[in-house]
Design a protein. Sequence first.
Length: 438
Amino acid sequence: MSILKPSLTAVSAAALMMATPVLAQDDGHEGMTYIHAGTVIAVPGQTPLRNQTIIIDDGKVMGIEAGFLADADATIIDLKNMTVLPGLIDSHVHLRADNDSGSREDVVKMESGDVALQAAAHAKTTLMAGFTAVQDVGGPKEIFALRRAIKKGLVPGPHIRAAGSSISATGGHGDFHGFKADILELYKSPTICDGVADCRRAVRQAVKNGADVIKVTATGGVMSNTNAGTGQQLMDDELKAIVDTARTMGRKVTAHAHDKGGIDAALRAGINSIEHGSFMDAETAGLFKRNNAVLIPTVLAGKTVEEWAKDPNTFLPPNSVAKARQVGPAMQDMARLAYENGVTIAFGTDSGVSKHGDNAKEFQYLVIAGMSPMEAITSATITAAKHIEMFDKIGSLEVGKYADIIAVDGDPLADVAELMDVDFVMKGGIVYKHDTAD
């Protein structure tokens, strides 16, 4: 076999054996990287391959060949006893967030540098858990700086698509709550809007800020400290104005939405995807399919807030406890209804509500909802890559795509919980994690 061999920036052989993450180091070695893989789920949804060599050069997959190829000029990574698959994608995270008893005061105590460094730590944790790409759907401006830093290789983390601050109604979910009026005014987001014209302005502001995707809070939400409920908060004409303006700016729109009325209104307005979808029904499922819209169920978030609400010493304020008791228990049944009605589901967790690094717990809830392990994996690779508009680069191990690759000791098609303990992480041809048996 004859393969062109341009130079490769690689980690050293010693670094490959480290359990801790490493950054790229140019050791002067020229040649390709060969991964000897026992089992490869190269294109989730297709039959896995056995005993293959994944050929990597310049951070991209150059091919997959049967057998374990040898080449004196290649760096060999031995994953013969592992299951290898594309890096996972979480379509709904908040890298800045870290919900605990003190998190509600962070916004008035943390400097910009504190925010950026906390988000960077969470990004690293997420990458080490096997998630090589995320969509951050609601966060501060520092997320854009983190996106740039990761892209430049300054800090380790997943590929980031970011929305920045959400388009939200005054007093609604996404606005700032729970402090005295002058503090609320000081921290008011520039993408809070009221009325059609103002909502158009907010979308344009989000794009100016750096948004890859527009996030709108169409309904109330659990974590906002207000008793405004979980029903529709932006009016139909406002939602339509947001969608139309986003399209003129080349952006898709995703909507946080819990109650059926708000979900349906968002879908009728032409919104591309729904985050949560807690109280959707079969009629709503029909709207999803007619509009080719995607659901990101975030069942893990529902389970998390449900447990918080049960705790008599919970840090949640009473307004949030009341909403958590309604929303949390509904989300597992919602995911099953969506799956059974043929709604397209992309993997997402709302991490930042749940703990960063625990993202793979969502797989088990998708399987409980009726998905096979392969379907759940597909939702976090093929489907999620298409959803976040990166399928030309990630989501499968095909020629020309980034070498974003993970591996686990066991068989995730037999037990999807294997994905909760990822042993190998490569992103863009660079190894960040390689745990080996003692």
